[in-house]
Write a protein that binds this ligand. Sequence first.
Ligand code: FPP
Length: 254
Amino acid sequence: MKITTAWKLALKKEPRTTGEFDKLPEHVAIIMDGNGRWARKHKLSVSRGHRQGTETLREIIRHTDDLGIKALSLYAFSTENWKRSEEEVAALMQLILDFFASEIDELDEKNVRILILGDKSALPEKQRETLKEAERRTGKNTGLRLNIAINYGGRAELVKAAQEIAILVKNGTLRPEEITENTISDHLYTQGQPDVDLLIRTSGEQRLSNFLLYQNAYAEFVFPEVLWPDFTVHDYDLALDAFAHRERRFGKRL
Ligand code: FPP
């Protein structure tokens, strides 16, 4: 029987290296879903689930960087997440502080450039300042673009872009007929970065949940069943391998 690359990957569990993939995405986006279910399964608090999810996050960022992927976007906190209990929101806010306190030196050393996607103005001051400082400190780095979506919504991002473009039209800088797809891209948080090539959502859910609506237009979707805290580098490699074997047509007939 023919052993496919996916089979070989399934058999060999060490982290892959760049050359072991037929093709790698330039931009990976991840919806880190399943922390709550993981916590319930282990009879732990939901906050503990998010904490475990943060451990996964560290490993996935490292591996993305090791593989030389250009951009990684992570959905950490949506505009809808404010509706969760006060306790859970507080736990997530604390995790944001803990994550940056423990990771910023290593990320900066590795030349990672951090960008926060979303409206920071609604965040508590400590979080806002920590995030701004991470962006400032790594702003000139030229390695992995690490985008962390916090208080982010895809529709709100498009509304923001429309408002900014409308101002340019109103003050005469831009004519309506000069507005192109690139004009819109240039007014998104991810301005200057490639579109998403691969979107991964863990836990078996198959929804976009308002994440990078414009940037995901031609993305390939992979939906592993595994809950985010259990998602390993090996699971990530399998998703990357699935991407490598997808035929992307971008609407054309090949
Ligand atoms: C979805 O799982 C996950 C979230 C809403 C938060 C994701 C956040 C982290 C992994 C860590 C915090 C981020 C940083 C940058 C430190 P869920 O709770 O909706 O899971 P469920 O659907 O099983 O309840």
